[in-house]
Design a protein around this ligand. Sequence first.
Ligand SMILES: Nc1ncnc2c1ncn2[C@@H]1O[C@H](COP(=O)(O)OP(=O)(O)OP(=O)(O)O)[C@@H](O)[C@H]1O
Ligand SMILES: [Mg+2]
Length: 253
Amino acid sequence: MTIPLLEARNVSKAFGGVHAVENVSMSIMPGEVVALLGHNGAGKSTFIKMLSGVFPADGGEILIDGKNVDIRSPHDAQELGIETIHQTLALADNLDAVSNLFLGRERTDRFGFLDVEAMEHGARQTIERMRLRIPSLDASVRSMSGGQRQAVAIARALHFNARILIMDEPTAALGPEETKNVGVLIDELKRHGLGILLISHDMHDVLTLSDRITVMKSGRVVGSFPTRDLTQDDALEMIILGRKPARFAATAV
Ligand SMILES: Nc1ncnc2c1ncn2[C@@H]1O[C@H](COP(=O)(O)OP(=O)(O)OP(=O)(O)O)[C@@H](O)[C@H]1O
Ligand SMILES: [Mg+2]
C-alpha cells in the first residue's frame, strides 16, 4: 500500500468555545486531487490554515510520507513542501511575474545583491516544466488576466518544490476558458505526483477535477468518497444534511 503524501489524524482547533475543526482525519495520496467541500463555516479554511502553518492545531497529528511533522509557521509548511494558493492569490500587482515568483524568497548572489538572472532562469524553467501559460515575464501582473495571474501564483508555489498544493477556490474568479486551463494544469501536476487539496464551491469543477471528495460540516468530516462513486446529489446531501447518502451509510469513513 502506498503511504499517503499527507495525512491528518484527529486534528482539532477551537476558537474560544467554537470547535471550528473537530477530530478531522483525511489523507492525500501522491497524484491525487482531494476536494474539500462544506457550507460556509464548516471549518475548511481553518483546517487548511493548520496545514499551511497559519496557526498550530490544538490537537491531533499531521504526517508527511508517514512521518509526524510539526507545522508551527508558514515557513515550516513550505520547508515540508506544502504550498498554499490563497483565494486572493496574494500577488504584488505592480511587480512582474519573476518578482512575484520570488517574493519574500529572493535569490541573492555572493555579494548579497539580487540575482536577477538566476531568478529569471529559475522562473523560466518552472514555467516551461509545468507548461504554464504566462505571456511575458517582465510585464506587471496587474496587466494579466485572471487565468494568467493564477498561473503566476501556481508557478510561485511550484518553484519551491511543492509536493502538496492547497488551492482555495482556484477557479472562482475565472472565465470558462481559464477554468479549463486550470484543469489542464491540475492534470499536469498530478502527473508530477503532487497531492492537491482543492477547496471549491463549484460543484462542476469539483466533480471534474477531483479524485476524492471529502465533506465537512460543523467542523467534522461527514464522509470521504472517490469522486466517481458520488453523484452531485450525493455530495449536496452530505453538505446540506451532514450525512452520508443512505447507500453508503454502513461504510466506514
Ligand atoms: N480566527 C477566528 N476566530 C474565531 N472564530 C473563527 C476564526 N476563524 C474561523 N472561526 C470560526 O470557525 C468556524 C469555521 O470557519 P472556517 O472559516 O474554517 O469555515 P469555512 O468552511 O472555511 O467557511 P467558508 O466557506 O465560509 O470559507 C466558523 O464558525 C468561524 O466563525
Ligand atoms: Mg473558508
